[in-house]
Write a protein that binds this ligand. Sequence first.
Ligand code: SAH
Length: 331
Amino acid sequence: MDLQALAVYCQENNLPAYRYRQVLKNYYSGRVLTFDQMTDLPAALRADLDKKIPLLSVKPLKVQQIGHTQKTLLELKDHAKIESVLMDYDGWLTACVSSQVGCPLACAFCATGGIGYQRNLTSEEIIDQIIYWNNQLYPRFIGRVVFMGMGEPLLNWQNVLSALHQINDKDGLALGARKISLSTAGIVPQIKEFAALDTEINLALSLHAADQSTRERLMPIAKTYPLDDLISACRYYVEHTRRQLFLEYTLIQGVNDSPRHLNNLMKLLDQSRLFYLNLIPLNGAINGLEASPKAVFDTWVKTLTQRHYNFSVRRSFGAEINAACGQLAAQ
Ligand code: SAH
């Protein structure tokens, strides 16, 4: 919901301040999808609000489910389309939200990059993805939010910040900061700004190569923000926040999975005990790239374990319906 529009409406109609809060409480509860369902409001007000303010800025067009993963194609007011994913495992309901329509970064391994960039999402469109899921799940609700859907969240900084605030706010969705994670392809200035927020929201970096030339080949953004600068920003982040930084590394056959690549990665991990590695099998074959063979993946896991690195293998959900990381293309 457009909070600004609601505030203006309340003001223009001289409503008492508690009405605004009442509507918000209903909205964030996920219980209702129309004002008419807000039965604690006077009927005339409900009817008028339904006419004047759209409660949800996203409209589901198509829902797909496989196992404990669901993916919904959502249409926005300007008919742009995004995808949002729900994962239900280990007792947690996690929403994987999009932050942009498409993405400008064109990472070679990511399907979203292949569709190009249309625009930033508003904070309303980001929050409404979660409200949509909460409504589907009611009375259960989303317990974790990850900004790992379509788009680069740190290139939509202001709107993402506003969304983060609403997710965390006790009068908003009231999720603890540690239940929220943001993943970035490495936008150096915003990584530093993120560190300065002094928040407990988790940050993850899509690393995918620990040398400049391999990284440039996979992620064009590495030309703008070279690895050395990126690593400095990461060190600044961990030193300033004293929090772990999650480094995401997808193993791609013949591209970033050689013993030399592994050595480079371990050298990078040596730079801080707060660098935590997420090793990820590549989802989908894309642009001629394929997942490393299991034997290679296992060798990496074995070596990293023997050398006592802090890491885990990220399990992948929803690949069968193209709902896994890097597979969202809203088609
Ligand atoms: N733009 C942000 C968030 C979107 S990508 C970023 O780059 O981090 C969300 C996650 O999916 C990141 O961890 C990214 O590294 C991962 N990812 C992208 N494509 C993938 C693929 N084909 N297989 C596995 N993970 C992928």
